[in-house]
Design a protein around this ligand. Sequence first.
Ligand code: HEC
Length: 455
Amino acid sequence: MEIDLFLGRFHPLLVHLPIGFIVLTVVIEIIGLFKNDKKIYDRIVQYSLIAVMVSGLITIATGLLLSQGGDYAADTLWQHKWLGIGVVVFSALAYVLKIKIRTYNNKHSIFISSVLIILVGLTGHQGGVLTHGQDYLLAYAPDALKKLAGMDVVDSNKGIQHKNQDSVLIYRDIIQPMFEQKCTTCHNNEKQKGGLDLTAYRHLFIETESGYPIVQSVLEESELFKRISLPLDNKKFMPTKGKPLSYSEIKILDYWINMGADSLAVFDHKNMTPELLQLMIRDYNLDYNPKPYIETIVVEEIGEQKVGILIENGFSVDRLGEDNFLFDVSYDRATIGEEQISLLKEIGDNITTLNLSNCGLTNELLAQLPELKNLTKIDLHSNPISDDAIQQLHRYKHLEVINLYDTEVSNDGLKLLLDIDSLRRLYLWKTKVTQEMVDESSNTANVIIDLGGAI
Ligand code: HEC
């Protein structure tokens, strides 16, 4: 009932009255310990105990009304209730003892004071747990103290930076810590506002008062997502108090729910928006952009001997990195022939960049180039090759850069070139390709076309 809750909400306010009187009782009892004529002190203590009882009863009544509102963990509530009642009952007992026992002495005083302080302390602590959650008291304690109390110590750096980013689990490493930071003061196993507990993964899919917190892959039906993405001044906006979720956090939740809200889900660049990729770098130092192709491949080691044969035949062969056997190969003599071209077959998988410029390469010779499955860059400039050669280049599935400067290639060739999916950059200065054609193509293709002097 409304009126019950209205009165009930005075509980946290009224509770300070009996506490104050208990403190007064104990202080006066202690002062009395050191006085010979205790009468006046006994009197004050008696009145003070009466005040504890009266204000205590009112506090208990409002507490009982407040507890009707639910939202509280039953165990803790039960303890808090009986401890509270215990305080009042013990005060009554102390009052009776004080009047009835003729031999009331300092030992009695110390006993009664200690019990009152312990009882009121325990009751207050359980009340704190009810309203603020289990870890409330030590939430800001030094880590060492938390460990002593058996609490988890959360690394404030989110612990993400130190991990291999591919092993970052979206729920465990980002979402759960975020709930803990911004939601679990009101949504924990003790206090479940709206019936919602955000301390464990499994609760996310259990029906709460207004629906399901998370419905896998259906953002519009996930109550939790609705609440955090409402306008800030909406009454239902979450969190009701404290720091709202950041833009990145909302986008991560959005992504995670859409991907099925699996507890073991990881980020995958294939279904991340460019914006989310950027946000992950900016806010979490995690770069999920795809790696360049050559960083992803491993090729077999090549013996000195094979490389030696190529060098004898006019090639230079450079290793791209100390830790791999990827090669940058170029032909240095004025004319190339079938014989030299066929030598490339020996180290085909290892060639990632190939320079066959200015060596009299013809369409026919180009057609004899072997399979080079890791080729990413080819330089064919200043050769008598034409559009017919372009079809050959379609064989190389990872070709990103092609230099055809000073060749016979024309607009038709350009069209064929743009069909190469992996292509990113093209050099076409001094060819038959026209500026108009380039302008037109630049609008549709994701390729940078360099036509020399043109800006
Ligand atoms: C200061 C307390 C407080 C904080 C912090 C808080 N909430 Fe709430 N939350 C409430 C209260 C009170 C209700 C119940 C009233 C209502 O439905 O608006 C509620 C209800 C909800 C509900 C609806 C449950 C249902 O089915 O009715 C969701 C979902 C929710 N909160 C999510 C969150 C999320 C996510 C966060 C953290 C970003 C959060 N809350 C932080 C107090 C809080």
